[in-house]
Design a protein. Structure first.
Length: 290
């Protein structure tokens, strides 16, 4: 009986590896330039990320100084009502940006534009840069320790003077809860100016000033003093022809009441400038003689 042929031994030679699919090979073999472009796109510079994540400083509420007056916001007065109720440092700090955006920025823009229009009127005299006054009250010598004012005050003074030193205002603005006042002049003379005032108005200049004040009153402006003396000061006759002037402690001229709604419109600049120019002769007289 014939023997069966033995089975051939298994080959120990490894099978050749399968050939990768063309698409996979192409994906794994991307050019170095393509990889670099992808890596660069994923790794944006930190500076660019920071710029995208943070708003520009000028865009922060109240941070930018407006160059054109567009009017006060219609709900801006609400800020003063809330401040009057809260009157705390914590509340004001939390709402400071709101105060600057709703009141400081538009007031600065308003006075900047008015000052540009007034400058030619006062030549050769010059005006100081407009100034918004502090909202903090000086409580050092006051029984009322309320820390904040409930209004905004701002002024365009004659160059070289300040209201704190008894200087003269070419325009003064006071807006808030307690009152609305837009005017010019000198609210209260300091001792030196008061002495010069009495000396000047007791002579012929008093007659010229009286005529000017009559003209302004005829035009509808309120001009005069505040908390004046009841009697003619010592050294002058009771029946002095300029007794009314001698009794004054200061001299201001006030603009008319702001027309309804105008506070919220750009046209407020035109209205303020027109009246401030009309009252400029009063300011010029004070600047020249005091």
């Amino acid at each position: 009986m014939a023997k069966k042929a033995p089975k051939p031994a298994r080959s120990t030679t490894k099978k050749p590896a399968k050939t990768a699919k063309p698409a996979a090979t192409k994906a794994k073999a991307k050019p170095a330039r393509a990889k670099a472009a992808v890596a660069k796109a994923k790794a944006k510079p930190a500076r660019a990320k920071a710029a995208a994540a943070k708003p520009a400083r000028a865009a922060a509420p109240g941070a930018a100084r407006s160059t054109t007056f567009a009017g006060y916001e219609r709900d801006a007065m609400q800020f003063w009502h809330e401040l009057a109720m809260e009157m705390s440092r914590e509340w004001f700090t939390a709402n400071k940006a709101r105060y600057e955006a709703q009141w400081v920025a538009p007031t600065t823009a308003l006075l900047d534009e008015v000052a540009r229009r007034l400058a030619p009127v006062y030549k050769p005299l010059t005006l100081a840069p407009p100034k918004v006054m502090r909202i903090h009250r000086d409580v050092r010598f006051s029984k009322d320790k309320t820390p904040y004012k409930t209004h905004i005050g701002a002024v365009i003074s004659m160059a070289g003077t300040s209201l704190a030193d008894g200087g003269t205002a070419a325009f003064y603005l006071h807006l808030g809860l307690d009152e609305e006042f837009l005017g010019v002049g000198n609210y209260q003379f300091d001792a030196a100016r008061l002495a010069r005032w009495r000396k000047t108005v007791s002579g012929k200049e008093g007659a010229a000033l009286t005529r000017l004040l009559e003209e302004l009153r005829a035009a509808g402006y309120v001009v005069g003093g505040h908390d004046d003396y009841k009697r003619v000061p010592k050294g002058f006759a009771e029946d002095h022809p300029h007794a009314a002037l001698l009794k004054l402690r200061g001299l201001t001229g006030s603009l008319a009441t702001i027309p309804r709604g105008l506070l919220h419109k750009p046209e407020l600049v035109d209205w303020v400038a027109e009246h401030a120019i009309a009252l400029a002769p009063l300011v010029t007289w004070l600047a020249k003689h005091l």
